[in-house]
Write a protein that binds this ligand. Sequence first.
Ligand SMILES: [Zn+2]
Length: 340
Amino acid sequence: MRGVVLHAPRDVRVEEREDPRILLPTDAIIRLSATCVCGSDLWPYRGIETVHGPSPMGHEYVGVVQEVGDEVREIKPGQFVVGSFFASDNTCPICRAGYQSSCVHREPVGGLGAQAEYLRVPLADGTLVATPDLPTDDLVPALLAASDVLGTGWFGAVAAEVGPGKTVAVVGDGAVGLLAVLAARRLGAERVIAVSRHEPRQKLATHYGATDIVTERGDDGVARIKDLTDGLGAHSVIEAVGTQESMLQAIRSTRAGGHVGYVGVAHDVELPGEELFFSHVHLHGGPAPVRRFLPELIDLIYRREIDPGRVFDLTLPLDQAAEGYRAMDERRAVKVLLNP
Ligand SMILES: [Zn+2]
């Protein structure tokens, strides 16, 4: 089969990879209907994360089940399924508490390489959620968004305790930040402040329900958000970047007693203990337990109440994956969908 392999920073190749097969009786093999490039794929692409030899890429996927192992009971060949970036059993105490991305049996899907024609999904019954039927083509991008960026933005909003009547700020205008805006509105936020200096992204943020746009970053951004909130800061702030600057902007934009939901993968973030102590801000985040939210998100997508697929502003055949990485790296595209 064809699949994306990162050989070194900025060296993305689509090449022949071995067809995946069932290795454990809890596995399933799916034929991908669509896959995509994630903001987090840019960390190794840019050389900020070390690339240890040729690495299959991709951890966002939807597709049709081809084959299941002997112990798979719920998932069946022919079903259209949505999974997420950690395989999980969905039965251990951590999963039952809603933290499937810390499942005691979790397995990262990224190493298996979902930017490909086929994918082996471990722990299929726990990991995959089947849609009610084979979706029409127009729903596929939205379902693919649920696999990571929508689920992650949603978790960011839940972790930030977004709720009716609250003022929410979102730091980060990538696909996760934009869909955190959508999540915040769906969860009842009265006001949503999006931080973005990029006009097409500001427009999408407004489409998803942002009421205010702040273009400043860092402490200037904090000052703008304070200006918009009677000097108090937002009740809930979603951090969707993962840098020192964005994390501090998120914490400092939150009012005393408020909540930060941080879902940008942290890179060299160090928090000042004394400032945190006196801030009275709650911090909660981490790799989103997307699996917790998938049934609800699939339902909202099927009822066409949300349209998260709009974050895909460039669609390419899988063979042009290298151009997809470049477009995202240069911020010419918010998110790139790849058709296997
Ligand atoms: Zn588990």
